[in-house]
Structures are given as C-alpha cells and as structure tokens.
Write a protein that binds this ligand. Structure first.
Ligand code: KIV
Ligand code: ZN
Length: 514
C-alpha cells in the first residue's frame, strides 16, 4: 500500500555502544556523558548507552547516563541470559519508564552452530525466556535476532512471533555482518510484515552495518517495507566498516520527502555539532568527502559549479549547510576578541562549557591568538579537545626542548607530571619526533606500541597550528590521541601523551559467549 502521510521513524542511536566498538573509539564516562548530552539536543528517540555486563566502565556509563539524561529513552544491551539482563536493569533502572532493555541472541545457522553451539529450539527458548525476564523489570523491551539477514526466514518469523508474544515491543532485524542489499532487505522486512501474525503489536527495528557501503540504503529500503525504528551512529562509526550513519539517513529522509513519506524527530541543525564533538572526543577524523558532515560536503570547487551557485544555490545544492548546523564565516576570532565573543562562538559550534572549562579554554585561546593572527573554528575545536576533553590525566606534559638539524643528533629533553610528580629525562633519536617519543616512553613505562602517526595542519598558513594524531595499541585495545600546537614537536608529544592517558583509562568489553 502506498504511504501518503509522513510516518515518523524512531532514531535509535548506538554511537555509545556499537559505535564505541570501532577500533580507537573508546570513550571514558565523562566523554560518554558529554556525547549523550549532545544526543539529547539532537533529539534522538533512544540512546543505547552501552553493554552493562561487558565491563565495569560500560556499567557505570549506562548508570550515569540513565540517571542524568532526560528526554530520550536509554537502552542497555544484554545477551538473552538472566545474568546479563539483571545487570542491564541494574544500570538502567533510574531512567524508570524511559529505560529500555535491549536483549539479543543470534538466530542464523552459522552463529547457532559455530558460536552458540545451540540448536534452533534452544535459541528460541532462550530468546523467549530472556524477553520474559526483561519484562519482569519493564514493559520497554527490545529483542534483536543477531545475524537476522543470514537467518532462515521461516525460523526468523518464528522467533519474532514468539518474542512478541513474550512481550517484546520492538523487534530488531540486524544485518550484523553488512551483507544484505536494499532489495533483499526490503523483502525480509516485508516477509515478516506479511507472515508474523502479531507483527502489528511491535515496532520493527533495523540495524545495518556498512561492510558493503550499503547501510544507509538498506535502512531506507527497510523503512519503505514498514520498519519503524532505525539504529544508527554519528559519523557512521561502529564495528568494522561501521553502522548506518545517522546524519546520512536523517538527511536522506528530509531531502527526499517528495518520494520518501517519512520523517524523524531529529533537530538536524545539531548534526554538525554532534559530528564535531564525536571527532573531538575520539580523535577519529571524518573523511573530507563524507556526506553531510565531511569538510568538503558543501564545498564547490569547479568554476562552473561556483558560477551556478552564485546564480541560485539550488543549482548544485540539494540541502543547505545551515540545515545541518554548518555555520558560515570561516574567520572567527583574533587577538582582540573578548571572552564574550569566544563563548558565543563556542556555543555556536555546539560546546557549552562550565565556567572553569571556559576559563581554561580562553587562556589557551589568548596564547594562541598572540601567536596566530586569525583563529578559526578548527582551532577552537582543537583548543576544546586539548583543554577541556581531558580528565584527571595521569600523564601531563610540562616542558619539552628539542635540538636537531642536518648535523646534530636529535635530542629531546622531556619533563612530565606523572600522578602529580615532576619527572624529566633526555633521549636521542632518529629525528626529533622519535627522540621525543623515546623520552616519553622512558618516563611512562607503559606497554604500548605505536601503530600510526599522522601530522597535519588545522588551517592554512605558516602560522597554522599543527595537529598530530597518534594511534597506540596496548594489548587488545587501540586508542587514538591528538594534540595541537603551533610547534609540531610539542603537538606530537601532546598527542602521544593523550593516547597514553586514553590507554590507561580504556575499559575493554570482554564477554564470553552465552
Ligand atoms: O550488529 C548487531 O547484530 C548488533 C546487535 C547486538 C543488535 O549490534
Ligand atoms: Zn551492530
């Protein structure tokens, strides 16, 4: 049947759970709270805050978010075992009627045979028991058939019907491995709509991974087939190639309302601030050509395009930068800008800072403005990342002096504060960065491996701030650290130390199969 009135599609954001499973995307609790506050401004319907049984850090993050964030529902993920479900409820319960238990078990032959080592009947039984256990705590229960796309369709329908009977109000049909294509996914959702007799008692949710680059297209196809909730992440981060990108999905519906009769509750002007904040927290930079939030998404390079744009924006622009919260005017502040202008611009960029953090950031801004004539938005992002997105750091850089040149052996003398104590050492190296990293390693004695080192400039000009990102691996964890400064060696030292702090705090999700 052709839909005419726009149907509202619920947005279930899983940046803090599936998104955090991206290598290098781990966030600490304060960072998760900061992002959850932005998701609240974005007006997502559900925030999946974590996987409470997977680690103490996850549990605490879900608990704090459930306690603090008002508006969206707060979901916690759990396998369909009682211990998981009880733990999830423990973390979620302060959100009361907004708390959602999201429980799952795999239903595909491959997963049942190799991972779960359970028969289909055992899986069905565990799913029903899990949903009933969750219902003993709350009426807000979502059930996911993990690897639904590779599940035998008849069995999938059987599980869906049974969990709805058991009390699940949302049934999720994930494309866990990013395998499906739009037409096939449409048919799976349609099949469930046509063959599950109680399907109208639940909302169908979809959850697409992006292994073939089709997560957004598949989610749109599923909505056309009748799905009512889409699970997605900011900047599309997530396991492997990531999840359906929230901003792309939302803007596709908004831009193509002519043929897609759906809407969402998202405040689209908050998309760019959300994307920026996530990048700033995790250090995972968005590719410049990424749709909606990439640096080039609204840049028109070719002369013929620029000419068209001057005549009428609609010639080459299918949505306005303002509609996604991109505020014009690249040059923002300079040496004479006051605290008020500084605060206002930060707010426009989506940063609402406490008085204390604002003072720290303003001091750094003044120092930068003395070195640099023009301070751009990107500089402000870097200042916030450097001065505010830092928490009780174990390791801090106090001073660094480097000597190098075509004849001299590069030497770095590094002074750091470690747990409040000043320590200093000097090292030689193959160039100034190598010497610096060696000195830091000697002072910190962590067990890490440098995986990647990238250096770029935040803006143009020879007085630009250099921005360094460093990826470190420690055991099974990978973290990204970032640092910026007009001195590239200092930026490198800050990035390395930032990564070490993240490694030190990183919690690792470690769950045994059911
Ligand atoms: O990809 C997946 O199947 C998941 C589920 C746990 C919902 O993330
Ligand atoms: Zn997933």
């Amino acid at each position: 049947m052709k839909e005419t009135h726009p149907r509202t599609i619920k947005i279930f954001d899983t940046t803090l759970r599936d998104g955090e499973q991206s290598p290098g995307a781990s966030m600490n609790i304060e960072e998760k709270l900061r992002l959850a506050t932005q998701l609240q401004k974005l007006n997502v319907d559900v925030i999946e805050a974590g996987f409470p049984i997977a680690s103490e850090g996850d549990f605490e993050a879900v608990r704090r978010i459930a306690e603090t964030i008002k508006g969206p529902q707060i979901a916690g993920l759990c396998r369909a075992g009682f211990k998981d479900i009880d733990r999830a409820w423990e973390a979620l319960k302060s959100a009361q009627e907004r708390a959602r238990i999201h429980t799952f078990i795999a239903t595909s032959d491959i997963h049942m045979k190799y991972k779960l080592k359970m028969s289909p009947a055992e899986v069905l039984d565990a799913a029903v028991k899990g949903v009933k256990r969750a219902r003993s705590y709350t009426s807000n229960v979502e059930f996911s058939c993990e690897d639904a796309v590779r599940t035998d369709l008849k069995f999938l329908a059987e599980v869906v019907e049974a969990v709805i009977d058991a009390g699940a109000g949302v049934v999720n049909i994930p494309d866990t491995v990013g395998y499906t294509i739009p037409n096939e996914y449409f048919n799976i959702i349609k099949y469930l709509k046509d063959n599950v007799k109680n399907i109208e008692d639940a909302v169908i949710s979809v959850h697409c991974h992006n292994d073939l680059g089709l997560a957004v297209a598949n989610s749109i196809a599923a909505v056309q087939a009748g799905a009512g909730q889409v699970e997605c992440t900011i900047n599309g981060i997530g396991e492997r190639a990531g999840n359906c990108s929230l901003e792309e999905f939302v803007m596709a519906l908004r831009t193509r309302g002519d043929i897609l009769p759906f809407k969402t509750n998202i405040v689209t002007e908050q998309l760019t601030p959300a994307s920026r904040l996530l990048t700033n927290i995790t250090g995972l930079v968005v590719q410049p050509n990424k749709a909606i939030v990439g640096a080039n998404a609204f840049a028109h390079e070719a002369g013929i395009h620029q000419h068209g744009m001057l005549m009428d924006q609609s010639t080459y622009e299918i949505m306005t930068p303002e509609s996604v919260g991109l505020k014009g005017g690249a040059l923002v502040l300079g040496k004479h800008s006051g605290r008020h202008a500084f605060k206002k611009r930060l707010e426009e960029l989506g940063y609402e800072l406490s008085e204390e953090n604002l003072n720290k950031a303003f001091t750094r801004f003044k120092a930068l403005a003395d070195l640099k004539k023009e301070v751009f938005d990107e500089d402000l992002d870097a200042i916030v990342a450097d001065e505010v997105m830092r928490l009780d750091d174990k390791f801090k850089l106090s001073n660094i002096t480097v000597t190098c040149g075509s004849f001299a052996v590069a030497t770095a003398t590094v002074q750091m504060e470690i747990d409040g104590e000043q320590v200093r050492t000097a090292e030689l190296g193959d160039g100034p960065v190598d010497a610096t990293f060696k000195a830091i390693r000697k002072l910190t004695s962590m067990d890490e491996r440098l995986v990647q080192y990238n250096v770029g400039s935040i803006t143009g000009g020879s007085d630009a701030q250099g921005e360094v990102s460093v990826r470190l691996a420690g055991g099974a964890r990978t973290v990204v650290g970032r640092g910026s400064s007009t001195d590239i060696i200092e930026a490198s030292a800050k990035a390395y130390i930032n990564a070490l702090n993240r490694l030190h705090l990183a919690t690792f999700r470690d769950v045994e199969p059911l």
